[in-house]
Design a protein around this ligand. Sequence first.
Ligand code: E4P
Length: 220
Amino acid sequence: MQLFLDSADVEEITYGLEYWDIDGVTTNPRHVGRTGKQYLTALEEIAGAVDGTNKPVSVQVNPRLTDWTRIVDEALKLHELSPNFIIKVGASEDGFRAVRALADRNVATNVTLVFTVAQAWHAARAGAAYLSPFIGWKDQFGDQTEDLIANIAVGLDNFGYPTQIIAAAIRNAHQIGDAALAGAHVVTAGADVIRDSFKNPYTTMGEQIFGDAWDETPEA
Ligand code: E4P
């Protein structure tokens, strides 16, 4: 399973590339908004951070666009900004139509805001490179999330669709583990969640126990 960093913060992305060897980046309008920068400026800076690599960066079209031709127009403009950019399009009837038109032009897309197997199938059938089920959002409102990724994986495998599943909106290490077990191709998470996923209280406790034993052992 690949690891993407879910962020629009260039410092975080640079750190993730160097320390964690992240396989790619996902952004969304909320992440970009937090940078306080103008949308295209923020995207250009991210493009600079991954320049010269083959790491994909998902960047979202204006979510207010509801007509597929306008989604395509904006997607093509974003696509021009960087060869690393994958165009994020919302799961909707017009969104899927736009994904199909973009696939015809060899523009890779990531269908975002996926919550059902049916939406995932539409994304795969339209030719999306990636689709992103938002696990944390479902979890937040008490929905069952255990089976979503596994079911999507079966649904795609049944027909040999090459679309990759990105487990998205991941809030903790448990969800990262579940994504791997369920067969997600990629997990995308924020820097804090990734940092936490390296740790475990038993590991910390064990380091203390072994450290104490080390200190008490006579040196040669
Ligand atoms: C994924 O591509 C999305 O950007 C992301 O996971 C959404 O999660 P958020 O709720 O953390 O913004």
